[in-house]
Design a protein around this ligand. Structure first.
Ligand code: UDP
Ligand code: MG
Length: 319
């Protein structure tokens, strides 16, 4: 007996979420049972150091047919975990979700309905986003920048609760990019995208896994990962400055010839110099950002290392 491919796969990255998992299991499976479609939940444990892996094992023992658990060897980051989940998801449709219940599982049905209407990418816009003020201001600024310099057109980039059709998942699975931002990537692959407003709640328990630093890193993935505009903009600035300084050199030379040497204005000169050095340093950093990307890519290290996969006897799936 071949086990049929489920209609819906839910992919959830889990990193130190022991305080939310029991509630997540209760709400998620209840919401999915209510949808009356065949489904599977693919949890990816991203090297948690708490009891998350043990809780996932327990859930697998309780619902083996609807549960698969991918256990990472170490912490590889949220987007790598989602990538692994997508690679292990078999469903016709895939919905990604955060473990912390900021994305209410009860909303999955609405995403599924859109996918069944034939949309291949269902984006989401958070209504009344429940996050810290500085997080909201920060994402608003990045949203604007992203809209301006990348080809990615999504209204709300932050929410991971999204729906993907099989064709998009296959395209994502073929992508070998090391550091990426999945919703943005998927939106580029989509042929019939749609966005729907979605409820957003406060993190149920535990703390955000993102520090200011990792948030900045993640947003670099969004900007320099999808656009060359920063580099191109920089060469424009460089060109403008060298033109201006050429004019300045000619002016100073003429002054020297006709009015003799002068030493005033040294501090103005220092001011200009510091400014230019600042721009040059910024440019080197920006170059480094792109070179780092190339370096990470050419090393071709695996994006993640899997310790084990818990799944119901795979033999009967392919029979
Ligand atoms: N996460 C992960 N690996 C990480 C960081 C986070 O798998 O290194 C997971 C985390 O368990 C959660 C999701 O990614 O399911 C989003 O994390 P979080 O809620 O901390 O982010 P925020 O909502 O603050 O953006
Ligand atoms: Mg969260």
């Amino acid at each position: 007996m071949a086990r049929p491919v489920p209609k819906l796969s839910i992919v959830i990255p889990v990193y130190n979420e022991e305080s939310v998992l029991p509630t997540l299991f209760a709400r998620l499976y209840a919401a999915l049972d209510a949808l009356a479609v065949s489904y599977e939940c693919v949890f990816v444990n991203d090297g948690s150091r708490d009891r998350s892996a043990a809780l996932l094992r327990e859930q697998f023992a309780r619902r083996p047919r609807e549960t698969r658990v991918v256990l990472f060897h170490a912490n590889f980051g949220q987007h790598s975990a989602v990538m692994a989940g997508l690679a292990h998801a078999r469903g016709e449709y895939v919905v990604t979700l955060d473990a912390d219940l900021q994305n209410p599982p009860e909303e999955i049905g609405r995403i599924l309905a859109k996918l069944e209407e034939g949309y291949d990418y269902v984006g989401t816009i958070r209504m009344q986003r429940q996050d810290r003020l500085w997080r909201r201001a920060f994402s608003r600024a990045i949203n604007r920048l992203r809209e301006w310099i990348t080809p990615v057109r999504i209204t709300d980039q932050g929410c991971m609760m999204r729906g993907y059709s099989r064709s998009i998942v296959e395209a994502l699975n073929q992508t070998r990019e090391v550091n990426t931002f999945i919703p943005a990537l998927a939106s580029l692959y989509a042929m019939r995208p749609v966005e729907i407003p979605i409820a957003h709640e406060e993190r149920f328990a535990g703390a955000s896994k993102y520090s200011m630093y990792s948030l900045i890193r993640l947003n670099f993935d969004l900007i320099t990962g999808f656009s060359l505009v920063p580099l191109q903009f920089f060469s424009m600035v460089g060109m403008a400055i060298s033109l201006l300084s050429a004019v300045l050199v000619v002016y100073l030379a003429l002054q020297r010839l006709f009015f003799g040497p002068q030493v005033q204005g040294v501090f103005t000169l220092f001011g200009i110099l510091f400014f230019l050095v600042g721009i040059a340093l910024f440019g080197i950093g920006l170059l480094g950002e792109y070179v780092g990307r190339i370096y990470a890519q050419v090393r071709e290290r695996p994006r993640y290392i899997i310790q084990a996969v818990l799944e119901a006897d795979a033999g009967d799936e392919r029979a």
